[in-house]
Design a protein around this ligand. Sequence first.
Ligand SMILES: Cc1ncc(COP(=O)(O)O)c(C=O)c1O
Length: 357
Amino acid sequence: MRVYNFSAGPSMLPESVLKKAQAEFLDFEGSGMSVIEMSHRGKVFDGIAKKCEALFREIMGISDDYHVLFLQGGASQQFDAVPLNLMKTGKADYVVTGNFSGKAAKEGARYGDAKIIASSKDANFTYIPELKYEDFRTDADYVHITSNNTIFGTRYLDFPKTPTPLVCDMSSEILSREIDVNKFGLIYAGAQKNIAPAGLTIVIVRKDLAESSTPNCPTMLKYSTQANAESMYNTPPCFPIYMAMLVLEWIKSLGGVKEIQKINEYKAGLLYNFIDNSSYFKNSVRIKDRSIMNVPFVTPSEESDALFIKEAVQNGLVSLKGHRLVGGMRASIYNAMPVEGVKKLIEFMKAFELKNK
Ligand SMILES: Cc1ncc(COP(=O)(O)O)c(C=O)c1O
């Protein structure tokens, strides 16, 4: 029996996608081979990679001004790749809204003057700081933000206007809501939440920013290396690219990101509404800044949190344990989490509250 998996990542993929991958696993479209067996330089895989990129561009509305790169190394490698490519004058602004943005800023500081221009650490990252254009340095190389904070359950409703290119870690919300890519210099995301299995990292980078890099940037981390080789400088993560293609086809079949966003807002609305009307469960994030992908919540005690997590598993609701930095519970409700999964979670929460209040 398949469970409802609320893991923050790797996380659920659409069942229809898994079934399609299963059906064509041994023999992909009459090639007599599995996708995981074929050369990345062959015609068949080339078709997959090209289709994946075309779908990605279509679904996110990415213009020809940008490269779309299929890389490895995770979002964490981009914490280094970004400064190594873009920090040409040695200065960058960082906004710290959680664990991952803090890590990005820390890596940035290895290469130059990475200034934390705003942080929400003062309130345990339960909000997104208000940012004005004047807050940013005009002579920096870029501004780095994390659009959705996976652990703390916050997200930027709107993005700041910045005097320098906006670089965004979009790992835990890419493809979940409509985004105007033109507002960004660079977007990166680990695939293992909304796109594909772990192993693929997507980088969308404005072409002019990818032309050169800092002198110490390793060949493998240069955006120009992979852009010039159409992401095939070395062996790419073939299977996750193929899975991403299937997920993108699934998104398209549902009506694109516009429709997915409606479903996501509906799912998150159900859950927040229940929590806000409960005197037992609580979410501490400033309402305006609440993520529609990751919903942290607690009961009145750590003991009942532990009991909740244990009993949830017995009810087919798994991976609800909150991150160790926050404790309590976290429901990650990415694109592939069906509405029924969220409804089942709410029913379970209702029953748990009645029994334990
Ligand atoms: C917002 C965000 N950034 C970065 C990471 C790290 O990603 P990776 O494990 O792909 O390096 C994560 C992982 O959960 C994340 O949620």
